[in-house]
Design a protein around this ligand. Structure first.
Ligand SMILES: Cc1cc2nc3c(=O)[nH]c(=O)nc-3n(C[C@H](O)[C@H](O)[C@H](O)COP(=O)(O)OP(=O)(O)OC[C@H]3O[C@@H](n4cnc5c(N)ncnc54)[C@H](O)[C@@H]3O)c2cc1C
Length: 311
C-alpha cells in the first residue's frame, strides 16, 4: 500500500502547533497535526490568561484554546490522536513514528511543548495526584478550607497561588531566593493577599504522609533551620522540562534537552523546524508560542519551495 507523503507534519497541538497548522492550512499545504492528548496544551490548565493581547479583561485558558481550535477546525485541519515516539531522516523525507505506525513528510514542525519540572524528592511520584499537583485550575477545589503550599517564584507560581486563595484557607509560597521573578503586578497582588505567606530562601526537602500527602518539611537555605507544614496540597511551578525525548539523536538539543534552532526556527536538520516551549528561548508564553508557530510554518513553506519546488 502506498503511503501518503504529507508536505508538513506538526507534532503537538498546543498554541504553537495549532498556529503553525492555521498558517499551513491557509497556504493549502497537505498537512497533518499529531497530538497525544486533546488539542490545547498547557494553556488548557490555566485559569485566567491576562497577558495575551486582545483580551483586556483576560480570558480563561480553556476559552482561548476553544477559540484557536474553532479557527483551526474551520480550515479543516486533520488532527490525528497519537504519540510521536521517534523522528528520522529518510533521504529527502522525514519519517515520523506515531505509536506503532509511521508517516512520511517532506517537512516537520516540532511543537511538543514542555512539562512541569519535579522536585526530585523520594516518594514524589507516589504523591502525584495524591497531594502533589501541577495545575491549580484542575485541583484547587479539592482543597477548599485547607492549607496548601506552592513552590516557585515566577509568574505561574504567583498566578496559581493567587487562584488557590479562592479555595484554600492558607497558601504558603515557598521560594528558593529572597525575591520573586514574577511580574510586579502579580507581586503586588500577592503581598496584598492575607491568605498568602511567602517563605523566602526556602526549599521543600521532604514529603510526609502515607498514600496521601499530609505535610512537607521546609528547609531555610540560609539558616539550615527546618519546619514541618501540615499541608494537604503541594503545587509545583518550578520550571519546565522539554518534551523532546523522541528527538534524541535526531536534532541538536541543549544540555537541558531544549531544541536548538536558528533565526527561522530550523533545527540542525534541514526541513525539521521547532516552535514554542520545546525550543531553547528566553520567554515561554502563549504570545511567543503563537509567534513561533507562525514563523515555523512560514519558514517550512519557504523550505518546501526550495527543496521540493513546491509553489
Ligand atoms: C499553569 C500554567 C499557567 C500558565 N499561564 C500562562 C499565562 O497566563 N500566560 C501565558 O502566556 N502563558 C502561560 N503559561 C505558559 C503557556 O501555557 C505555554 O507557554 C504555552 O502553552 C506553550 O505552547 P506550546 O504549544 O509550545 O506547548 P504546549 O502548550 O506544552 O503544547 C504541546 C502539546 O504537544 C503535545 N505533545 C507533547 N509531546 C508529544 C508527542 N510526543 N506526540 C504528540 N503530541 C505531543 C502535548 O500533549 C501538548 O498538547 C502557563 C502554563 C502553565 C502550565
Amino acid at each position: 500500500m502506498k503511503r501518503e507523503t504529507y508536505d508538513i507534519v506538526i507534532i503537538g497541538g498546543g498554541p504553537a502547533g495549532l498556529t503553525a497548522a492555521l498558517y499551513a492550512a491557509r497556504s493549502r499545504l497537505n498537512l497533518l497535526l499529531v497530538e497525544r492528548l486533546a488539542p490545547g496544551g498547557q494553556i488548557a490548565l490555566t485559569d485566567l490568561v491576562e497577558n495575551y493581547p486582545g483580551f483586556p479583561d483576560g480570558i480563561t485558558g480553556m476559552e482561548l484554546v476553544n477559540r484557536i481550535k474553532t479557527q483551526v477546525d474551520k480550515l479543516k485541519v486533520p488532527i490525528r490522536q497519537g504519540e510521536v515516539r521517534g523522528l528520522e531522516e529518510d533521504r529527502t523525507l522525514k519519517c515520523v513514528y506515531v505509536d506503532s505506525d509511521w508517516l512520511e513528510a517532506k517537512a516537520v514542525v516540532v511543537a511538543s511543548g514542555a512539562s512541569p519540572k519535579r522536585l526530585g524528592l523520594p516518594k514524589e511520584s507516589d504523591f502525584i495526584g495524591r497531594g502533589i499537583s501541577f495545575c491549580a485550575t484542575c485541583d484547587a477545589p479539592f482543597y477548599k478550607g485547607q492549607k496548601v503550599a506552592v513552590v516557585g517564584g515566577g509568574d505561574t507560581a504567583a498566578q496559581e497561588a493567587l487562584y488557590l486563595t479562592k479555595f484554600a484557607k492558607k497558601v504558603y509560597l515557598i521560594h528558593r531566593r529572597n525575591k520573586l521573578r514574577a511580574a510586579r503586578i502579580l507581586q503586588e497582588r500577592l503581598f496584598q493577599n492575607d491568605k498568602i505567606e511567602v517563605l523566602w530562601s526556602s526549599a521543600v526537602d521532604d514529603l510526609l504522609g502515607e498514600g496521601l500527602l499530609e505535610g512537607i518539611s521546609v528547609k531555610n537555605l540560609e539558616t539550615g533551620e527546618k519546619q514541618e507544614l501540615k499541608v494537604m496540597g503541594l503545587f509545583l511551578f518550578i520550571g519546565w522540562r522539554p518534551n523532546s525525548g523522541f528527538l534524541k539523536g535526531t536534532v541538536d538539543l541543549d544540555a537541558e534537552g531544549f531544541v536548538i534552532t536558528g533565526e527561522n526556527l530550523e533545527t540542525s536538520v534541514p526541513g525539521i523546524f521547532a516552535a514554542g516551549d520545546v525550543r531553547r528561548k528566553l520567554l515561554r508564553q502563549v504570545s511567543t508560542a503563537v509567534g513561533d508557530g507562525a514563523t515555523a510554518a512560514y519558514a517550512t513553506e519557504r523550505y518546501l519551495e526550495r527543496a521540493f519546488h513546491l509553489d
